[in-house]
Design a binder for this molecule. Structure first.
Ligand SMILES: *Cc1c(COP(=O)(O)O)cnc(C)c1O
Length: 381
């Protein structure tokens, strides 16, 4: 890949790596009989949807804007694609449009379901209705990403379940995992079945949510297939999975340029990107993004602290070492920056949003979107 003429910063999604993930997910679909839909929250690069829609059965959206994107940019390539829309709480001003463009609507509480079920059915008689369950079990290590933590607002617990909803629901959803193995799913299913299987009779489907790290090396794909098949056979329901991260996992990188290098106790390099604005999970999760060709601090001869080009003191990617000294103008590649990056990035401090590019299978680089001052201005007034 040649970057000499590329304007940075830029997220580059590698088509071949994305397709490899999609093929693995499709293998799970074909072997298990489950349907897999894309969670737009984690990956919404719609210029790849001609490819993604060849493999995945639709999208899961968390409100009107994501549902509209799914309907407009995904379904046009696959007319059978499904739009599933869930929100922690739907707003009255959005609900009619959501009903019109969604195939499934997932309510968070019995109260929301009772408030809107009749209205959405009137607008879209074919819409399928579901309730999100909180199975009160999760193996998620981080509270920020644990949908089943204490006082969680996400999903209905057994104590809050109202059997009256069974008159209206076609299915039930849960989403309890984050970057997890199939063993974690097994634990969640055990809790979910123990509490709720008495309500499965007559349901069309159960949606196992996202957080399945299916495309990560070492994930036990065969066990997942076995678990889904057993579940389907036991209860006679369809099964959906809705991963986001597993779709975009290790499918590309963020490339930036070194703007300045100096010493202040240690060597510091300033890049034309930002941890805060362009790689927010590195600060929120937090985790250290890998940089291509680098080692840990002190591991190689030249160590640098990488900082962003905003005025936030904590806008720091981490310390990285290299065999050769860095020069102004050098390109720096942060690995695996396609999921949960551009869907979350901001124009904080007026910093330019990174361009979006696709590295095609034929070796060409398509810069599909560039951003500028107008994007900053337009979200302010
Ligand atoms: C975030 C989310 C997903 C996708 O989760 P990943 O960890 O990206 O796989 C799926 N379903 C719901 C309801 C979510 O909130």
């Amino acid at each position: 890949m040649q970057f000499s003429n590329l304007k940075t910063p830029c997220y580059i999604c590698e088509e071949e790596l994305l397709e490899n993930n999609l093929k693995l997910l499709d293998y799970v679909q074909k072997e298990s009989g489950a349907k897999i839909i894309l969670a737009l929250k984690g990956f919404a690069m719609w210029s790849t949807f001609p490819l993604v829609s060849k493999y995945l059965k639709g999208c899961t959206a968390s409100g009107l804007h994501e549902a509209t994107l799914a309907r407009e940019e995904f379904c046009k390539f696959n007319p059978h694609a499904e739009v599933h829309t869930y929100s922690p709480a739907f707003k009255e001003e959005d609900i009619d449009e959501i009903a019109k463009i969604s195939d499934h609507i997932v309510f968070n509480s019995p109260n929301q379901l009772f408030t809107y079920q009749e209205r959405v059915k009137k607008i879209n008689p074919n819409i399928e209705i579901s309730l999100r369950i909180n199975p009160e079990y999760s193996a998620s290590p981080v509270d920020m990403y644990n949908p089943c933590g204490i006082y969680s607002r996400l999903g209905t617990t057994l104590a809050n379940f109202d059997e009256e909803v069974l008159k209206y629901v076609d299915g039930l959803n849960f989403h309890a995992l984050c970057e997890e193995s199939v063993d974690s799913l097994e634990g969640v299913l055990e809790a979910f079945e123990e509490k709720f299987s008495k309500y499965f009779k007559g349901l069309k489907y159960i949606n196992f949510g996202g957080g399945h790290h299916i495309t990560k090396k070492g994930y036990d794909v065969e066990k997942l297939i076995r678990i889904i098949k057993e579940f389907k056979a036991k209860y006679g329901v369809e099964v959906y999975l809705e991963p986001g991260e597993a779709v975009g996992w290790q499918t590309g990188f963020l490339i930036a340029t070194v703007l300045d290098v100096f010493k202040n106790g240690m060597s510091v390099a300033i890049l034309d990107t930002s941890a805060e604005a362009h790689m927010p999970d590195t600060l929120a999760m937090p985790y250290r993004a890998l940089v291509r060709g680098s080692g840990e601090a002190g591991e190689k001869k030249y160590t640098y602290r990488f900082g962003g080009n905003t005025c936030l003191a904590g806008d720091i990617m981490g310390d990285y070492s290299f065999d050769e000294p860095l020069k102004i103008g050098d390109k720096v590649i942060f690995e695996d920056q396609i999921h949960y990056t551009f869907v979350k990035n901001t124009t904080f401090n007026g910093i330019k949003l990174p361009s979006l590019a696709i590295y095609r299978k034929d070796g060409s680089l398509d810069v599909v979107k560039e951003f500028g001052y107008v994007d900053y201005r337009n979200k302010l007034s």
